[in-house]
Ligand binder design. Structure first.
Ligand SMILES: [Ca+2]
Ligand SMILES: [Ca+2]
Ligand SMILES: [Ca+2]
Ligand SMILES: [Ca+2]
Length: 419
């Protein structure tokens, strides 16, 4: 054996320094394959070690069958045996599995004995890729009472987060008390006791990675919702995520930052994009919002969970109501679409008190019917206000929520079965 040396930092004065040296003999250097024929042989072989390696494996250039088969590319006018192999160059980003088999040394005509080892690994040569499909260009104008932004990403993205910086501070999350990802805001939390504030013990997302709940962060971030990709969105990226820019300022400009987070990314948003290993999209926008708008006050966040015990609260500006419009007339101006289906207005009521940002809103209460639908994990709740005397006055508010099964007694006819 050649001489070997290591450098060990000098221990502090007075500490006891101990060390242990281990050796192994590499089987590849000539030791025989060891057949585990009896207890002693098994005990002995357990002390042995052999190292194998796949020499010069390059994940970026390896030729392989992506579906672990021997597929061929169908080719017109060519017999099947001559179709080219359907192979891919380089591993795709993301999770893969490595299987290795260790065979015992058996005779030529004996059944092989082997053990299979499996190991998943994450191939991560680049940060997630994606595009902001709407608005697609810098300095595009976003208007209306709200604007739905559409992000398309590759398959490795686990979460999409966004942060909006605009010319208005009154639409910041700290003011609206909603998770709109606007300006200065708070860390998202599950409001278990529904008191509108974070309390010790309530689950929260630690946006700045400091281990404690922050009620004020500049800037804040909110999470976009994954939706079924809409075929009308032309993009080579397969997955689609949406979020709504609410409370768009009347004038001015702003910036929307979007982070694409993969399994190996940091969720600490105080790190820059490179340090957090995220994909980041920055889009400059011009804002041209409506002076009047409606808001969904509760549920306050996209991704919140509701059921048929829940009452949705919609805020509308005091300025669009006046004593000559009765409560019933006012209610009839609103339509609530759950996943595109207009719901009837049973039980709706209006509170003409002060609600929402600046206390400038009245409140429409919509007790939810049982909207549970196994086909949708999340549903789009869309509330539309239409002034019957002015086509231009159409205001829309959107939330994406998880709908739980109904909690109230119901009758299910089991016989005769539905045919
Ligand atoms: Ca990656
Ligand atoms: Ca703002
Ligand atoms: Ca609370
Ligand atoms: Ca924190």
């Amino acid at each position: 054996m050649p001489w070997a040396s290591v450098n060990i930092p000098k221990p502090a004065t007075g500490t006891t320094f101990t060390y242990k040296i281990g050796f192994f003999k590499n089987e590849g250097a000539g030791a025989p394959s060891w057949w585990p024929a009896d207890n002693n042989a098994v005990t002995y072989k357990k002390k042995m070690l052999t190292t194998y390696q796949v020499a010069n494996f390059n994940p970026a250039t390896v030729q392989h069958f992506p579906h672990n088969d021997y597929a061929r590319k169908p080719t017109d006018g060519v017999t099947y045996e001559n179709w080219p192999w359907a192979m891919q160059t380089g591993l795709s980003e993301g999770f893969h599995i490595l299987r290795a088999r260790a065979f015992l040394n058996r005779g030529a005509n004996q059944a092989p004995l082997y053990q299979t080892f499996t190991q998943t690994f994450y191939y991560d040569a680049q940060t997630p890729q994606g595009v902001l499909a709407f608005p697609a260009t810098n300095n595009a104008t976003v208007g209306g009472s709200s604007y739905e932004m559409v992000v398309r990403t590759d398959m490795t993205v686990q979460e999409v987060w966004y942060s909006i910086n605009d010319s208005d501070t009154n639409n910041d999350d700290t003011i609206t008390k909603q998770q709109n990802g606007n300006g200065i805001g708070f860390e998202p939390f599950v409001d278990a006791d529904a008191d509108g504030a974070w309390d010790s013990g309530e689950t929260f997302t630690d946006l700045n990675g400091n281990g404690t709940y922050d009620a004020s962060l500049n800037p804040t971030w909110a999470k976009a919702t994954e939706v079924t990709p809409n075929p009308s969105v032309i993009s080579s990226q397969p997955r689609e995520w949406r979020f709504t820019y609410n409370n768009i300022p009347l004038t001015g400009a702003g910036t929307v930052k979007i982070r694409l987070v993969e399994a190996s990314s940091s969720r600490n948003f105080s790190l820059d994009a490179a340090a957090a290993h995220v994909g980041e999209i920055t889009r400059a926008i011009l804002t041209q919002g409506n002076a009047e708008r409606i808001l969904i006050g509760f549920p306050a966040n996209d991704g919140d969970t509701v059921d048929d015990n829940y009452t949705m609260q919609v805020w509308f500006p005091k300025s669009i109501s006046n004593p000559s419009i009765t409560e019933a007339e006012m209610i009839s101006r609103f339509t609530f679409f759950a996943q595109g289906n207009a719901q009837d207005r049973t039980g709706w009521s209006i509170n003409y008190g002060s609600f929402g940002p600046g206390n400038n809103f009245h409140q429409l209460s919509i007790p939810l019917p049982n909207l549970y639908n196994t086909a949708f994990h999340q549903q789009e709740f869309r509330v539309v206000y239409q002034d019957p005397n002015d086509d231009e006055k159409t205001y829309t508010a959107i939330r994406r929520v998880v709908v739980n099964p109904g909690t109230k007694p119901f009758t299910r006819i089991t016989s005769p079965a539905v045919s």
